[in-house]
Ligand binder design. Structure first.
Ligand code: F6P
Length: 342
């Protein structure tokens, strides 16, 4: 039902929000992702347009626990849309996994008159945001921002597109030298538990093989593929490997394969290069849409939710309806890597 004021005029949701919650807080948690700054800007500008003040918690959940906040007026987010990292800084904070840490955080927020919280981060931060909303009754909106793209109930997370493009740029350069010197290159990309970056980079970079955490590594099959490609006349190859214990990482895989085949190879570990740099247009767009939607959801007093993207649309998924697993990994895309590498 529409709400009306004392003159019987319909109250728009932004004015209603201004009365109910004059202050909201915002934090970025876990690994930073390019585009977080664009989302911070969108939150601050949308909130300010609706007459809300925004407090930024410093260094993720740590800022909530220790009461480290800074006001974020409109001008504080000028000239940040194009920068990677996060002006609020971030951390991985074990204290927040305790009920005592969460209770103290809620007290810190209530003491400052904060009625709603926006959390940006990956799957670990989502779990923390949900526990916080459950334990304290505080309204929380979660914005998925992780280069790994492994947050449930959203097709895309902020930062993924930039990380893939950064890794691709590196692969294009590696391909130049690999081709010139007939070499086998192993390129390690980020994604400890998730092969989304590796798969996109392998397809976009024209790699011969991709090794991801979701699919067990088979040394015999890899060696056969490399030998087959050499028989077909290929003298240089690129193999993309997701980092982490589940694949073993590019160095150990390179050692195993080159020892077995008695050939030379080189390893390039891209590491945190993929987490920095200017966000792509796609990530800026996603961040701006999600940031604005999160503020509107707080103003409209929606239940605590994940703000996701589904089929190109921004959606709200209430915390108790968030899926338990990220969107499915498509094994057909691994076949596509092989199909196109002939
Ligand atoms: O944020 C995700 C991620 O970049 C993963 O891809 C990677 O495995 C991990 O974080 C690295 O974490 P840290 O920066 O703490 O070493």
């Amino acid at each position: 039902m529409e709400e009306t004021d004392k003159n019987n005029q319909v109250v728009d949701s932004s004015r209603r929000g201004a009365r109910i919650a004059r202050r909201i807080a915002l934090l970025t948690a876990g690994g930073d992702a390019p585009g977080m700054n664009a989302a911070i800007r969108a939150v601050v500008r949308t909130a300010s347009g609706a007459g809300l003040e925004v407090l930024g918690a410093q260094r993720g959940f740590e800022g909530l626990i220790y009461g480290n906040f800074e006001p974020l007026p409109n001008r504080s987010v000028s000239n940040i849309i194009q920068h990677g990292g996060t002006i609020l800084e971030t951390s991985r904070t074990p204290e927040f996994s305790t009920e005592a840490g969460r209770t103290r955080s809620a007290e810190n927020l209530r003491y400052r008159g904060v009625r709603g919280l926006i959390v940006m981060g990956g799957d670990g931060s989502l779990a923390a945001a949900r526990a916080f909303a459950n334990d304290t009754g505080m309204r929380v909106m979660f914005i998925p921002a992780t280069i790994d793209n492994d947050v449930p109930s959203t097709d895309y997370s902020i930062g993924f597109d930039t990380a893939v493009n950064t890794a691709l740029e590196a692969i294009d350069r590696i391909r130049d030298t690999a081709f010139a010197s007939d070499r086998l290159f192993f390129v390690e990309v980020m994604g400890r538990d998730s092969g989304f970056i590796a798969l996109s980079v392998a397809i976009g970079g024209g790699a011969e093989i991709v090794i991801v955490p979701e699919i067990p590594f088979d040394l015999d099959e890899m060696c056969r593929r490399i030998e087959d490609s050499q028989l077909r006349g290929k003298r240089s190859s690129i193999i993309v490997v997701s980092e982490g214990p589940r694949t073993g990482g590019a160095i150990s895989i390179a050692n195993a394969i080159t020892e077995r085949l008695g050939m030379q190879s080189r390893v390039v570990v891209l590491g945190h290069i993929q987490r920095g740099g200017a966000p792509t247009a796609r990530d800026r767009m996603l961040a701006s849409r999600m940031g604005a939607a999160a503020v509107r959801a707080l103003i409209d007093e929606r239940p605590s939710s994940l703000i996701g993207e589904s089929g190109g649309r921004i959606v709200e998924v209430a915390f108790d309806e968030v899926a338990t697993e990220p969107h499915p990994f498509d094994p057909a895309l691994i076949d596509l890597v092989h199909l196109l590498a002939v």
